[in-house]
Design a binder for this molecule. Structure first.
Ligand code: PLP
Length: 412
């Protein structure tokens, strides 16, 4: 049987050919990259765009009138425009950040200056990444707010009952992960947004993991804030997007201050720049911001239904394989799940597993995945996580399963 699958208009061999890193050897073996939830690999068009920027355009943006500065500004603003269209947002609502983490911190800091009063409640879930826990926790400690946690069930589904029973007029904000990096759970974000709005709460959605598996329209979702990172979406590291509804961003004070975010400065008074620049102090990651759009364009051009079918085929095959391994327990079996396979194996430490797999060129992630409270919820220290992306093949999954089985037998 030929396992190099071709599904509808989706040809995995063709996709793989666009990722030069997939040709490299690790420990003398072809790289099998299953650490996509941590960061994705970059297609040639993204690598070329980085080279092109530094070979042709490099200059500081916005303030210059010389050709390079104008070209850089046009390219960066063009990227913002494109990403805004892709999200279904206005360009004024799309703020370049350093990533998901900074996007959340921006909202926490800025809303923290005016939106909350002592005793107000913030609702997050038990499956949040530390980036969507710690900033809120710090804010709660500073302002005397209450951080409440939506429970999940044994399979890793969000408990809507737990959400609804804790949602009240005291809830000022709900901050929820769209797709869990540790479990793969896809949350019913639209339901949560609608219910939270009815209760008068704002909603932030952490879209870090969701964006590389399909399109999200922020207007339809109706979340007040939506954050994600370029590097998890085939683009460069150190770049991300905060989407915020215009009327909220207008009310919100700046996060950082300095150059770029001002309209006029005197020693007596400073007025702020218009959106989105009010939230973009200092020289931005110009190359990253420009190339981010190239990555989104690359992904947007794929047949997303076929991408989904392919990733589900990878997940199904991997799940079927690992279920044959004695003592292996899958962590995260939600009804709606993305292509993440997290598991523990009785009597085998996940770090030893990953080290052995690396000797076969297989890259998986182990540990708590920046979700320590979630690991505690499952009574474990950490998991081994294989996360699949568009360029992974069924052959790779079979190879991984075979080596995993052998490794477990050796380590036992
Ligand atoms: N939220 C989720 C669900 C994540 O998976 C991650 C990264 O793994 C983050 C937030 C933080 O993203 P970044 O490190 O790009 O800021």
């Amino acid at each position: 049987m030929n396992n190099s699958t071709t599904i509808s208009r989706f040809d995995v061999a063709d996709i793989r050919a666009q990722f030069p890193i997939l040709n490299r050897l690790v420990k003398g073996k072809p790289l099998v990259y299953f650490d996509n939830a941590a960061t994705t690999q970059k297609p040639q068009v993204v690598i070329d765009a980085i080279k092109h920027y530094y070979s042709h355009t490099n200059a500081n943006v916005h303030r210059g009138i010389h050709t390079l500065s104008e070209e850089g500004t046009l390219a960066m603003e063009g990227s913002r425009e494109y990403i805004a269209q892709y999200l279904g947002a206005k360009r004024s609502e799309v703020i370049f950040t350093r990533g998901t983490t900074e996007g959340i911190n921006l909202v926490v800091h800025s809303l923290g200056l005016f939106h909350f009063k002592k005793g107000d409640e913030i609702l997050i879930s038990a499956m949040e990444h530390h980036a969507n826990i710690v900033p809120w926790q710090i804010l709660c400690n500073r302002l005397g707010l209450v951080l409440k946690v939506i429970d999940i069930n044994e399979k890793g589904d969000l408990c809507l009952d737990s959400f609804r029973s804790q949602l009240s007029h005291k809830t000022k904000l709900v901050s929820l992960v769209h797709t869990s990096n540790a479990l793969g759970t896809i949350n019913p974000v639209k339901t949560v947004v609608d219910d939270a709005h009815k209760a008068g709460a704002l909603v932030l959605i952490d879209g870090a993991q969701a964006m590389a598996h399909g399109k999200v329209n922020v207007r339809e979702l109706d979340a007040d804030f939506f954050v994600f990172s370029s590097h998890k979406l085939f683009g460069p590291t150190g770049v991300g997007i905060l989407f915020g509804k215009e009327q909220l961003l207008e009310q919100m004070p700046p996060y950082q201050s300095g150059g770029e975010m001002i309209a006029e400065v005197s020693f007596e008074k400073t007025t702020y720049n218009e959106l989105p620049y009010k939230f973009e102090a200092g020289t931005p990651h110009i190359e990253g911001n420009i190339v981010f759009a190239e990555a989104v364009k690359w992904f947007a051009a794929l047949d997303h239904q076929a991408v989904h079918a392919h990733e589900m085929a990878l997940l199904r095959r991997a799940t079927e394989h690992v279920l044959h391994i004695d003592g292996l327990r899958i962590i995260g079996e939600a009804a709606e799940k993305t292509s993440v396979l997290s598991f523990v194996v009785e009597g085998v430490h996940h770090q030893d597993l990953a080290l052995f797999l690396d000797t076969h060129g297989i890259a998986v992630r182990t540990g708590h995945h920046c979700t320590q409270p979630l690991m505690k919820r499952f009574g474990i220290e950490g998991t081994t996580r294989a996360s699949f992306s568009v360029y992974n093949s069924l052959d790779e999954v079979d190879f991984f399963a075979e080596k995993l089985q052998k490794t477990v037998a050796i380590l036992r």
